[in-house]
Design a protein around this ligand. Structure first.
Ligand code: ADP
Length: 396
């Protein structure tokens, strides 16, 4: 069997999914899994299409292997495991953080494209080098294997200048300090599915809320992005699992001046110690917080919903109205409490939820009442399928 391998690589983890080629509409992955703990105890887990475990093992690289060697080792393990499943790679699609200003669509990787993608590393130093590493390793091992990059930023290239520009010295803007926006593959998938779920309203003013560990929103008109909450980095916008989202830049200066924080400590505070985890002091996980009786857990969830609703206000202005609000991502697809709390803030717009529909989880459907002033819907995202689709399309 021939397969399309989808890779989402981080510094210490690598998520993968395999789709049968040629790709069917709405195909489920033949298998999927992840390698975690690269650099420490490295675990390899793979599950089949029904969620049954195919492999769950700790893998050991030779002692003394450096981080890059360990990443290579993890990829090699995956490739030989795939071979043992009797799947032959037809192509590989990669989730890549940054396409800069150059790429508004996925691209087949050539040495020239790869060099351009490397030049975006300063724009995303925490992700871009890790996203690119398996591309380089695979190109070296299998020079003929087609590889495709799908960018988190691409969907947002349609934002007008006003939405992209920060009020900072022009010199920085010229260097590329702009709002790029992320989660683009998820927005693209959801916007593709949306007309089938809500009909003609999908072409109007729509806000999609991708609420997961990382969380962002995008405002669309005619299914094209006109504004988004994430910015130059994925730290801006909504309160997230461990990220603060938008805060007063003066707080960063305060941490530097008052507490002597350097870049590393600031990064940790903003990316790893804030958000739901920081406010609750309990967990970054929405399910855990919803199940907790601690007042701090409730405060964290309340703040998450309030901040999300405020951002919807801002995006409504950018979209010139609000015909539909669409939830996706782990929290958006599964938490009826979060959806209800956010929609309650939109009561002044006449937004009303159908309680029975909202109580369901993970189903693409409209969850507002017929008389609601705003159509509210849930559309489960599927970033891997979207990358597989682009990969097979670019192969021709
Ligand atoms: P990531 O950004 O890592 O892809 P996900 O989109 O998987 O994250 O979302 C993870 C979040 O979804 C976690 O906060 C998790 O608690 C939340 N979540 C998953 N299922 C539920 C549920 N049934 N109720 C509430 N929250 C849920």
């Amino acid at each position: 069997m021939q397969g399309l391998l989808i890779i989402n690589a981080g510094s210490s983890s690598l998520k993968f999914a395999m789709f049968e080629a040629p790709l069917a509409a709405n195909a489920l992955a033949l298998f999927r899994g992840q390698i975690d703990g690269i650099g420490a105890e490295t675990k390899f887990v793979a599950k089949d299409v029904n969620g049954a475990t195919l492999s769950d093992t700790v893998i050991h690289a030779p002692a003394g292997t450096d981080l890059e060697g360990l990443q290579q080792f993890a990829l090699e393990h995956l490739l030989s495991w795939i071979e043992a499943q009797k799947v032959e790679l037809q192509a590989v699609g990669h989730r890549v953080l940054h396409g800069g200003e150059d790429y508004s669509a996925p691209v087949r990787i050539t040495p020239e494209v790869f060099a351009t993608l490397e030049s975006f590393i300063p724009l995303g130093p925490l992700h871009q080098p890790h996203n690119l590493r398996p591309i380089r390793m695979l190109a070296k091992k299998y020079p003929q294997l087609p590889q495709v990059a799908c960018f988190d930023t691409a969907f947002h290239r349609t934002q007008p200048w006003l939405a992209q520009t920060y009020p900072i010295p022009r010199k920085l803007t010229q260097e590329g300090v702009k709002r790029y926006g992320f989660h683009g593959t998820s927005y693209e998938y959801v916007s593709r599915e949306l007309p089938a779920v809500i009909g003609a309203k999908a072409q109007g003013a729509v806000v999609i809320a991708h609420l997961g560990n990382g969380a962002s929103m995008a405002a669309l008109r005619d299914l094209k992005c006109v504004a988004t909450t994430m910015g130059f980095t994925a730290a801006e916008g909504l309160m997230m699992g461990t990220r603060s989202g938008t805060i007063d830049p003066g707080i960063l200066l305060y941490m530097v001046e008052r507490h002597g924080y350097g870049a590393e400590e600031l990064t940790r505070a903003i990316y790893k110690e804030s958000g739901l985890l920081g406010v609750s002091g309990i967990s970054q996980d929405m399910r855990t917080l919803e199940g907790s009786d601690a007042p701090e857990a409730k405060e964290a969830v309340d703040l998450f919903c309030y901040r999300a609703a405020r951002e919807i206000g801002s995006l409504t202005m950018a979209a010139g109205g609000l015909d539909a609000l669409v939830f996706t991502g782990g929290i958006g697809e599964n938490s009826s409490h979060v959806r209800a709390s956010i929609v309650k803030y939109l009561g002044w717009l006449g937004a009303r939820l159908d309680a029975d529909a909202n109580a369901q989880r993970g189903k693409a459907q409209c969850i507002s009442t017929p008389d609601s002033g705003v159509v509210v819907a849930v559309v489960p995202t599927n970033e891997e399928w979207m990358i597989a689709h682009h990969t097979s399309t670019l192969l021709g």
